[in-house]
Design a protein around this ligand. Structure first.
Ligand SMILES: Cc1cc2nc3c(=O)[nH]c(=O)nc-3n(C[C@H](O)[C@H](O)[C@H](O)COP(=O)(O)OP(=O)(O)OC[C@H]3O[C@@H](n4cnc5c(N)ncnc54)[C@H](O)[C@@H]3O)c2cc1C
Ligand SMILES: NC(=O)c1ccc[n+]([C@@H]2O[C@H](COP(=O)([O-])OP(=O)(O)OC[C@H]3O[C@@H](n4cnc5c(N)ncnc54)[C@H](O)[C@@H]3O)[C@@H](O)[C@H]2O)c1
Length: 466
């Protein structure tokens, strides 16, 4: 027996929950299928609790900046309130009843279990088969990608989930991977007293962002006592008693009492029955078009699409898929001004293309750089003022195609830059704007003033030799 409904959403993380809840509110009959917790990774093991850890770590860091600035302060870190806040306020002890009720309260029907396509518009879940008249939405997210380092699979390493649920900070923490997860959690634990070593295979932290940002972050982390090993590869992992040992290429051994693996995430399409609708279940991500369609009547939203593993991308895509299901017009997905913020201290905000991504696309590029400590506000701020603004201009069009703002509130400073990239505001107009004094975002004006190209460098040099 199949049950007729309007829409089935498989995966109720931020993307799926938004689609399912909104369509249910619009009056459609919606089945939301969830294998774990309604709300997905973000509220229980990712964005929200990690930002609570970071907020607490930042409070400690600010208190440690009091000497020389505002008197004296004694700081005694206590993980207890952090763990309690994560348990009680963020996750309700990893119970999703509130989120489930939120969805059913909108008129949706929640089916617990794994959803699987069994043909076009057909989903098997929870022992039932649903026939979706309007369509199916896949929003199944990602899971940690564990690298094939010999020995790693056999040791009780942490993923983000264990780190978020930690009842106390580890004494010695090894973090494999210096991307967003590794960097954020490393700094948070370090500020609570963990001795942390980050092992990153790439040349720098946050390898997908501007090199200046990764270097800045590594410098600050190291000044706080975190050991940052870039260009470092693990060749073996061992565990004995309660000690982890990571052997690096070259033989050096790094030991700790916890090992956090944060080496990226990947979608798992293998169990979704994609072959029943003619799609490849071995693909790395669910390929979708600019309307988020993977096939007629089959939408994909969120991390599973591989277009940026961020909650705001999942929500953005969800809004487009909702319009698609409802048959409403609206703009297609546009990722030119995709913002991301790594909530370290300094906060690393970025939007659009990095300089090297812009060059790889064949753009003629000018870049400008300013340093937060050299701005009036950065100088006033003093302790904890490390940061920079970098802007990347497409010279031929005279617009910014990317920007980075790192520093205190770097993620907030990013907003203006994101508007500039999104709306393609001419650089000439940005330069003649009034920037409030003394804000951190005045560093944007300085970076715009600094815009220069390799070509102009070359012509400058030619001038000098004349
Ligand atoms: C430590 C950490 C910190 C992060 N911090 C941030 C941040 O600050 N800002 C930000 O924007 N992003 C952050 N992210 C990324 C963010 O968590 C994800 O981008 C977001 O959760 C993706 O939402 P989603 O709906 O695509 O998938 P998910 O949140 O992964 O949800 C997918 C859901 O689908 C379910 N599911 C999977 N397969 C099936 C199936 N077959 N049947 C039924 N259900 C299924 C899963 O159980 C899960 O609940 C962070 C991630 C991590 C790990
Ligand atoms: N603030 C945020 O918005 C936020 C925070 C955390 C996570 N996220 C999202 O979650 C995604 C996943 O985060 P992540 O940090 O796991 O992935 P990532 O891709 O950002 O970083 C993984 C890092 O691990 C390194 N690596 C891979 N294999 C390695 C190995 N064997 N040894 C050492 N290093 C290795 C890679 O070079 C890379 O730098 C992010 O890309 C981001 O989209 C966002």
């Amino acid at each position: 027996m199949t049950e007729q409904v309007d829409v089935v959403v498989i995966g109720m993380g931020p993307g799926g929950e938004h689609v399912a809840g909104t369509l249910a509110e619009a009056g459609l009959s919606v089945v939301g299928v969830e294998a774990e917790l309604v709300g997905g990774e973000c509220p229980y093991w990712a964005c929200v609790p990690s930002k609570m850890m970071i907020r607490a770590g930042n409070l400690l860091a600010e208190a440690r900046r009091v000497p020389g600035m505002a008197g004296s302060a004694q700081v005694s870190p206590d993980w207890g309130p952090v763990a309690a806040r994560i348990r009680d306020e963020a996750t309700t002890d990893w119970n999703d009843q509130v989120a489930a009720d939120r969805f059913t309260g909108k008129g949706g029907r929640l089916v617990r279990g794994r959803g699987k396509l069994t043909g076009h518009g057909q989903v098997a879940a929870g022992g039932e088969v649903f026939e979706a008249r309007r369509g199916v939405v896949i929003a199944t997210g990602t899971r940690p990608q564990i690298p094939p380092v010999p020995g790693l699979a056999d040791v009780p390493y942490w993923t983000n989930r264990d780190a978020i649920a930690a009842k106390e900070p580890p004494r010695n923490l090894i973090v494999l991977g210096g991307g967003a997860i590794g960097s954020e959690l490393a700094q948070a634990f370090a500020r609570f007293g963990s001795r942390v070593t980050i092992i990153e295979a790439a040349q720098r932290l946050l390898a997908n962002e501007e090199p200046e940002a990764g270097k800045l972050l590594a410098d600050v982390m190291e000044s706080e006592g975190v050991t940052v090993r870039t260009d470092a590869r693990a060749s073996e992992v061992r565990h004995s008693g309660d000690r982890f040992t990571v052997v690096l290429d070259g033989g050096e051994e790094i030991s700790g009492d916890q090992l956090l693996v944060a080496t990226g995430r990947r979608a798992d399409l293998s169990e979704l029955g994609l072959e029943t609708v003619g799609l490849d279940p071995t693909a790395r991500t669910l390929a979708v078009d600019e309307q988020l369609l993977a096939a007629p009547g089959l939408w994909g939203v969120g991390d599973v699409t591989g277009r940026g593993a961020f909650t705001h991308v999942a929500m953005y895509q969800a809004a487009i898929a909702i319009r698609g299901v409802l048959g409403e017009p609206g703009p297609a997905a546009d990722y030119r001004a995709l913002p991301r913020v790594t909530f370290c201290d300094p906060e690393i905000g970025a939007v659009g293309l990095t300089e090297s991504q812009a060059r790889d696309r064949g753009l003629r590029v000018r870049t400008g750089l300013s340093q937060v400590p050299s701005t009036a506000r950065g100088w006033i701020h003093k302790a904890g003022n490390e940061g920079l603004v970098k802007v990347v201009e497409d010279m031929d069009r005279g617009v910014l195609v990317g920007a980075t703002s790192a520093g205190p509130m770097g993620g907030e400073v990013l907003y203006g830059l994101a508007v500039a990239v999104h709306a393609e505001v001419p650089v000439d107009r940005l330069r003649h704007m009034i920037y409030a004094y003394p804000t951190f975002h005045r560093g944007v004006e300085d970076a715009l003033t600094d815009l220069r190209s390799d070509e102009s460098d070359e012509s400058d040099q030619a001038h000098e030799s004349d």
